[in-house]
Design a protein. Structure first.
Ligand code: FAD
Length: 440
């Protein structure tokens, strides 16, 4: 016999757990279940070793447009408020200053223009010149050619987050719930079946039925969407990111300027959320033929989710044939070469710290997850951010960066949609949410 729940969530990363938390605390829905295939929550993209730990607002991410920065910052503020409220002892986060550094005349001019546009959105953001950069981060200036122009945007409030611990905190908030909230760990959903307005989920521990399904399974969400008959025109370009470990040379997060055509942040230097004594540099961007990094069982699902038709191949050729993308991919492949790879990567680090020795930077084995970038085979384009497929009484979220920063905003949007799926039998506690999260 299948067990029934009002809502079922597949995936116990930061997206699924944020949704579980909102459904429990801010709705009167009777029963919710979350399924996670690993023994612990948030072991894939949301684990602190797999991502850059940044709470993205859009102030130092120069590949974001003004509109994107506005929406990402609204979402990030929810996470910020949650951390300020529940993490006073800073087990889940740290606060470091952060900046984006422009190097050379072209970047400097672009950053000055960007500041004019973005300062209204981020009043705390300051444009700082060489002298001030040197005061804040002496090693950025030490040994740099005095004729090389530099300028930076700086803000004191950079949140660095352990999204695994945040996921655990969301779930622990549901422990005393008066509702039926069940979290099934170590339980893989193997496939799903749509029966009109309901779904049956088949796992290695039995089957489960629901009227509202939300799939927050990272790249795996696309597999479930296709099983239910949705998102046929979408494929995944899995882009892994490696991190490198260098000596402790920075006190702040230091981003560099990115080409706005690329959906990833350029290489940056970051203090770790928990550890001291070193600086993390990265991530790189390396195409990979698996849906989850270092999980060989996801190679077959990767090929199953690809589109093996003319528009699938045409999309791939169009995206990889674009000169900006091709150059970027080629450069990132070179970083994988034995012996010279790390030295080539070190050039990116020298842009931030000119005096750093190439030999002092080593690839961090086991660090860096993969970002499931979405390819729309109808338009033959690469999506710049998250993707969401909505079907009858079901949502499938695929969340590359900045999906962790926007976890509560996405969960809020999905909570409203789930209430619609359930014919508005239940309600959202709007006033309580607005009060707790300090929103209008
Ligand atoms: C290199 C890199 C750097 C990044 N940096 C940042 C950053 O600085 N800031 C930021 O906001 N974002 C960043 N991101 C993106 C961020 O990590 C993701 O957007 C976010 O973690 C996605 O969370 P999620 O819960 O949707 O997915 P995940 O954390 O991947 O969780 C999905 C969960 O679903 C489970 N699952 C999958 N299939 C099944 C199944 N069949 N049955 C049961 N469970 C299943 C998985 O085990 C997993 O726990 C980065 C990503 C990468 C790769």
């Amino acid at each position: 016999m299948a067990k029934d729940y009002d809502v079922i969530i597949i995936g116990g990363g930061v997206s699924g757990t944020a949704l579980l938390y909102l459904l429990d605390k801010y709705t009167d829905i009777g029963s919710v279940a979350l399924f996670e295939k690993e023994k612990k929550l948030a072991q894939i993209a949301s684990h602190s070793t797999q991502n850059s730990q940044t709470l993205h607002f859009g102030d130092i991410e120069t590949n974001y447009t003004f509109a994107k920065a506005k929406s990402v910052s609204a979402g990030a503020r929810l996470v910020q408020t949650y951390l300020d409220t529940y993490d006073k002892k800073k087990h889940m986060h740290s606060i470091f200053p952060k900046m984006v550094l422009a190097v050379g005349t072209d970047e400097v001019n672009r950053l000055r223009e960007r500041y004019k546009e973005f300062k209204s959105l981020f009043p705390q953001l300051e444009l700082i010149e060489r002298d001030e950069i040197e005061r804040k981060e002496p090693l950025i200036v030490k040994g740099r050619d005095p004729d090389e122009e530099i300028v930076a945007l700086w803000t004191p409030q950079g949140y660095t987050v352990d999204y695994e611990k945040l996921s655990q905190s969301f779930v622990s908030q549901t422990k005393d719930s008066t509702k039926r909230v069940d979290v099934f760990m170590d339980t893989q959903i193997n496939h799903i079946k749509r029966n009109g307005r309901t779904y049956t989920l088949y796992s290695d521990k039995g089957s489960f039925k629901t009227e509202a399904l939300v799939v927050d399974a990272g790249a795996m969400s696309i597999k479930f969407a296709k099983e239910a008959g949705y998102g046929e025109h979408l494929s995944i370009l899995s882009v892994a990111g490696n991190f490198y470990r260098g000596p402790e040379v920075l006190k702040s997060k230091v981003y560099t300027m990115q080409n706005p055509k690329l959906p990833f942040a350029a290489v940056h230097g970051d203090p770790d959320v928990h550890a001291t004594g070193y600086t993390r540099f990265g991530p790189t961007a390396l195409p990979l033929l698996m849906l989850e990094r270092r999980n060989w069982k996801t190679v077959v699902p990767y090929f199953q989710t690809a589109r093996w038709n003319f528009s699938g191949f045409a999309s791939l050729f169009k995206i990889t044939g674009d000169p900006t993308n091709a150059k970027y991919i080629f450069k990132n492949i070179l970083y994988e070469l034995p012996l010279i790879g790390s030295r080539l990567f070190a050039k990116n680090v020298k842009k931030i710290i000119p005096t750093i020795k190439s030999g002092s930077i080593k690839k961090d084995r086991g660090y860096g997850g993969t970002r499931p970038q979405i390819v729309n085979t109808n338009t033959r384009t690469l999506s710049m951010g998250e993707a969401r497929v909505e079907g009858q009484n079901a949502i499938f979220n695929i969340t590359p960066s900045p999906g962790a920063s926007t976890c509560l905003a996405n969960a809020l949007r999905d909570t409203q949609q789930v209430l619609k799926f359930l014919n508005r039998k239940y309600r959202f506690k709007t006033e309580r949410f607005k009060f707790d999260f300090k929103v209008e």
